[in-house]
Design a protein around this ligand. Structure first.
Ligand code: C2E
Ligand code: MG
Ligand code: MG
Length: 675
């Protein structure tokens, strides 16, 4: 506030000062001009007075006879007469005339003023008779004066004066004294002063008016200028912010992906041989933090991680960036402290060891880290470095997360392998090289068939590829939808074939990947397969994982409702391994819950597992869902599971995933056993 008031008051004071000074100058000018004019008029009047007297005296002298003496006193009286007459009437100015002369003359008045006496002496000595005009301040009064030498201008003057002195001291043209005609201009000056004072106030008022208008105008200009400056500032800030946002992440303030790419390019060009190290950091289970503690906690965690990463990057002259979501990257120039990818990995892991407090919650951030170094890759390209770090990250996650993995030969080979499989997989799906395996699900109570789970199988160049591997590749290269639908179609054809062959209704389950679900085409895809194969929707169960629900609850609910309207059942696969949130279990009402084999492996030996298992079963019963227990391999496990009241079992004990023909044989065997 103080900042805004100060210039305004400075401006006001200076305006007043200017107004007063201006008015004073104006008044002074008026005063000077009027005084000068008065002086001019008075001077003119004095010279008129003298010339009138001269005319009068010369006429008088002529009348008296050519040589008749006319006393100088006569002149003085003439001047006095004229000055007091109406012709020269001037109520303010008093014009007087003095005639100081030599002592003893009839004009015996001796001039007291030494200066004037000197002037008269000068007239006498120099013979220069030019009248003198002057204006002087004397005893507080302004005096206008004309000094006119009194000259013996004819013989009669000389004779008369010589006679008085009885000597021959005067000659023709001698100065005998002087007429001093004075006007007192003080009353004029006083009047002029009054005018000037009046003029001062009028001018002051005028100037004040002008300055107030000017001030207003100035104020407007200043305000306008200030607004413009502010606007410019805002514009500049907005532009800077835009530039910043183009290269930075708005939440954490870290450089973004584009800036990281620039930095990598520069580092690689700048030092042709020095190694460049890159770490990709992925926050483990970040979704959990968002879901359980809210987005504010998630944001705070990301900011905290960003700060910690930046600290590491700065200490090694590097750069930390946020690539998006919960993915970060750090690139460093190897230094004494952090000379190797392993050292960077250890340093990064260490910064995640410390807890992070958000409100009343203590969060233990966990990250998977993939690290690559230019010295470990072929060629010195940015994309290769990124790809290598990404593969290492993939490995770190596969190793169980919360760890770091440096890119090495093994990973290099797995990349080659993955690239090879990725190139083959699309054709394998299209040509039917991908087959379906059917694993039976048995009712534990009766031992009857509850259905088959359809599992994808791929033998590539004679090698059986694990579904976990090729499903992951299919997800990465964006063909998981095609894979899921190929398996679903094959399973549906099998079920419809059984129905057509011997009227048996065989329920089938197919896995639907989260990515496929996210594509948004699932309802249409299922409808198309149902139409294409003629499968009764009631015989179809779709197995989805918890991530599908967690990612988009609303979409999940809507999709389930649409599928359920046809009679399709929804099964929650691998329950217990993911988020296991009870709230979505209650809301989404799955027809089937599949308890992961993790809870079966040591169910016979670990009471804790048994305890959790029992509770999950009770929970699922409470929700009205069918319970399918995965991974039953032994009789003991089967017994425990059955005793716990779980309804359906799936596992190697009952049957490994079969080919279609084996599945048929299996069903016949079951029929025989039942008979
Ligand atoms: P899943 O859906 O949980 O399938 C069950 C997995 O457990 C199958 O592994 C099955 O062979 C295995 N399994 C069944 N009983 C036992 C047992 O007693 N012991 C052991 N150790 N394992 C048992 P598989 O076929 O290797 O499939 C692995 C995962 O790959 C599946 O887990 C599923 O998530 C995914 N998958 C398989 N086929 C497809 C598919 O067509 N589409 C999608 N999206 N995913 C698929
Ligand atoms: Mg499954
Ligand atoms: Mg499963």
């Amino acid at each position: 506030m103080a900042e805004t008031h100060q210039p305004r008051s400075r401006l006001g004071v200076s305006n007043y000062v200017f107004a007063v000074l201006g008015a004073m100058m104006f008044a002074a000018a008026i005063f000077i001009i009027t005084v000068l004019e008065d002086m001019r008029i008075e001077r003119k009047q004095r010279s008129q007075l003298i010339s009138m007297t001269n005319s009068f005296v010369s006429v008088f002298a002529q009348n008296r006879g050519e040589n008749a003496p006319v006393p100088a006193t006569f002149r003085r009286l003439g001047i006095e007469h004229f000055s007091n007459s109406n012709i020269m009437d001037n109520s303010e100015t008093r014009t007087t005339v003095r005639m100081p002369g030599l002592p003893g003359l009839e004009l015996a008045t001796v001039e007291q003023n030494e200066r004037l006496r000197q002037i008269i002496r000068d007239f006498q000595e120099t013979g220069n008779f030019v009248p003198i005009e002057e204006h002087r301040l004397e005893s507080g009064r302004l005096i206008g004066r004309t000094i006119y030498p009194s000259v013996a201008n004819n013989q009669s003057c000389v004779e008369c004066h010589n006679r008085i002195f009885d000597s021959e001291i005067f000659k023709l043209d001698d100065v005998m004294g002087a007429f001093i005609v004075e006007s007192d201009l003080s009353p004029h000056a006083l009047r002029n002063l009054k005018y000037a004072i009046g003029a001062f106030f009028v001018a002051l008022a005028g100037f004040l008016m002008l300055t107030s208008r000017e001030r207003k105008r100035m104020k407007e200009i200043v305000l306008g200028l200030r607004a413009r400056v502010r606007l410019e500032k805002l514009k500049r800030e907005a532009e800077e912010r835009e530039v910043f946002l183009r290269s930075h992440d708005s939440l954490t303030g870290l450089p973004n992906r584009a800036m990281l790419m620039d930095r990598l390019d520069k580092d690689m060009v700048a030092s042709k041989h020095a190694p460049v190290i890159l770490a990709l950091v992925d926050v483990d289970d970040f979704k959990l933090v968002n879901d359980e503690l809210g987005h504010a906690a998630g944001d705070a965690l990301l900011i905290e991680i960003a700060n910690r990463l930046q600290h590491i990057a700065k200490s090694a002259n590097g750069l930390a960036a946020r690539l998006g979501g919960d993915e970060f990257a750090v690139t460093i120039e190897p230094s004494d402290d952090m000379a190797s990818p392993n050292a960077l990995g250890a340093a990064l892991k260490a910064i995640f060891a410390e807890n992070f407090q958000f409100e009343h919650n203590r969060i233990q951030p966990k990250c998977s880290i993939g690290i690559s170094c230019t010295s470990d890759i072929i060629g010195r390209s940015r994309s290769e470095l990124l790809k290598a770090a990404d593969s290492a990250l993939y490995e770190a996650k596969a190793k169980g997360k919360n760890t770091f993995q440096v890119f090495n030969e093994e990973i290099k080979e797995s990349i080659v392998r993955r690239d090879h499989l990725a190139a083959r997989l699309p054709t394998a799906i299209r040509t039917g090289e991908i087959s379906v395996a059917l694993q039976p699900k048995l009712c534990l109570e009766t031992g009857t068939l509850a259905g088959f789970e359809a599992l994808a199988r791929w033998t590539c160049d004679g090698e059986r590829i694990a579904p976990i591997e090729f499903v992951g590749i299919a997800e990465t290269i964006g063909i998981i939808r095609e894979l899921d639908l190929a398996v679903l179609k094959a399973a549906a054809e099998f079920s419809v074939g059984e129905k057509n062959r011997n009227g048996r209704e065989v329920p089938i389950s197919a896995n639907i990947c989260a990515l496929h679900f996210r594509a948004g085409s699932l309802i249409a895809d299922v409808e198309r397969i149902l139409n294409l194969t003629g499968l009764d929707p009631k015989l179809l169960t779709l197995e989805i994982t918890e991530s599908v629900v967690v990612e988009n609850w609303d979409r999940a609910l809507k999709t389930f409702e649409a599928l359920r309207r046809w009679g399709v059942r929804i099964s929650l696969d691998d329950f217990g391994t993911g988020y296991s949130s009870l709230s979505y279990l209650r809301s989404l009402k799955f027809e089937e819950i599949k308890i992961d084999r993790e809870f079966v492996v040591d169910i016979a030996t670990n009471p804790d597992t048994k305890f959790i298992f029992d509770n999950i079963v009770n929970l699922a019963h409470g929700l009205g869902s069918t319970i399918v227990v995965e991974g039953i391999e032994t009789e003991v496990q089967a017994r425990i599971v059955k005793a716990a009241n779980a309804c359906v079992g799936q596992g190697y004990l009952f049957g490994r995933p079969f080919s279609v023909e084996q599945a048929k044989t299996f069903m016949s065997a079951l029929d025989r056993m039942a008979a």
